[in-house]
Design a protein around this ligand. Structure first.
Ligand SMILES: NC(=O)C1=CN([C@@H]2O[C@H](COP(=O)(O)OP(=O)(O)OC[C@H]3O[C@@H](n4cnc5c(N)ncnc54)[C@H](OP(=O)(O)O)[C@@H]3O)[C@@H](O)[C@H]2O)C=CC1
Ligand SMILES: CC(C)(CO)C(=O)C(=O)O
Length: 306
């Protein structure tokens, strides 16, 4: 039986823990104690309660159990590095790490710094936490797994098989970098605007927001073209426009994650989503006024929240 540590008992962490627990040895690690009996509500609204093996970081460091086959980091992007560092005393530097973050901040940094294999997962599964003891699996999706330097294909295949067996459909891929950027492009066009204007995704189709989205897509398309990242279908600006508007259509009723963070008074993942685009725009001397303005607006919003 394979063993998995999952660091970050939030929405994705608990979804993983619930799914893997019946087929693998799972330890769910958090900063605080977690209720032992946890409920997963399925996408069709069926609750399923089970005991999850939850421990605090403190307990883990004290007990120093045998290191696992995989360490999943399921914190938000800005906390991933700190979460990994907090395990330094209990895992060997060759332990495989799996990063589940959106954006492109934690992935290159940890890939460069961690001596062992670093897999990246990008997922369209949707989940949210509903209190201390419940997570809602809001929508089924698909997970793609690979590593940025394509050196761990067998490991990615092994993990994808285990996740699929656990009910989370997953595919190992050789182009995870491209897929992470494609998701980042959608997140950059949707999340900052809906968080700034406190609207649901579908309202982006209306004026004046539609024009703002178009302006962001134009900047993003220029930057990703220079980075050699193509949209999943179509080409250039048109391909990116098709992708973004399709996601807006499919998620019209959603409150996007960044909007939810603002509503809950939490910091957003702006540094992981807008940051890499702005950095690349500056490096290539490309326009990024819209992205910078959104980043600034979010920084101001976050400052007022704290
Ligand atoms: N939810 C979703 O549907 C999807 C999420 N993602 C991505 O997955 C990542 C996780 O998102 P999500 O699960 O929604 O986020 P959540 O905020 O629900 O969960 C993050 C968890 O990480 C914990 N945490 C933070 N810092 C540490 C630390 N240093 N050590 C241990 N635990 C820590 C938090 O606990 P604490 O209470 O201690 O702060 C919290 O339980 C994000 O990058 C997100 O963009 C991607 C696709 C879909
Ligand atoms: C695709 C989108 C924008 C859907 O809401 C999302 O991934 C998010 O909320 O972060």
């Amino acid at each position: 039986m394979s063993s998995h540590w999952i660091i970050g008992p939030g929405a994705i962490g608990r979804l993983l823990a619930h799914s893997l627990s019946p087929v693998a040895a799972v330890t769910l690690v958090g900063r605080r104690e977690l209720a032992e009996r946890q409920t997963l509500t399925s996408p069709v609204g069926e609750p399923h309660t089970q005991r999850l093996n939850g421990v605090t970081l403190e307990q883990l460091l004290r007990d120093a159990p045998a290191p696992p086959a995989f360490v999943h980091i399921t914190t938000k992007a800005m906390s991933a590095q700190a979460a990994l560092e907090s395990l330094a005393g209990v895992i060997s530097p060759t332990t495989p790490i799996v990063l589940w973050q959106n954006g492109f901040l934690a992935q290159p940094r940890i890939t460069q710094a961690w001596p062992g294999p670093v897999l990246c997962a990008t997922t369209t599964e949707g989940a949210y936490v509903n209190g201390e003891a419940c997570v809602v699996h809001a929508g089924r999706g698909h997970t793609f797994i690979g590593d940025l330097n394509n050196r761990h294909a067998e490991l990615a295949k092994n993990l994808a098989l285990q996740l699929t067996h656990a009910g989370l459909a997953a595919t190992p891929v050789e182009d995870i970098r491209r897929r992470l950027w494609q998701k980042l492009a959608v997140n950059a066009a949707v999340n900052p605007l809906v968080a700034r204007y406190r609207i649901r995704n579908g309202q982006l189709r209306d004026r004046p927001f539609r024009l703002y989205v178009e302006a962001v897509i134009e900047e993003v398309a220029g930057i990703l073209d220079k980075e050699g990242i193509a949209p999943p279908s179509g080409a250039g600006l048109e391909g990116w426009r098709t992708l973004v508007w399709q996601v807006v259509e499919n998620t019209a009723n959603n409150r996007a994650s960044m909007f939810q963070d603002v509503l809950a008074g939490r910091p957003t993942e702006r540094a992981a989503i807008l940051g890499p685009l702005i950095d690349n725009a500056k490096r290539h001397q490309l326009p990024c006024e819209q992205l910078v303005a959104l980043d600034q607006a979010l920084e101001n919003i976050e400052a007022q929240l704290s």
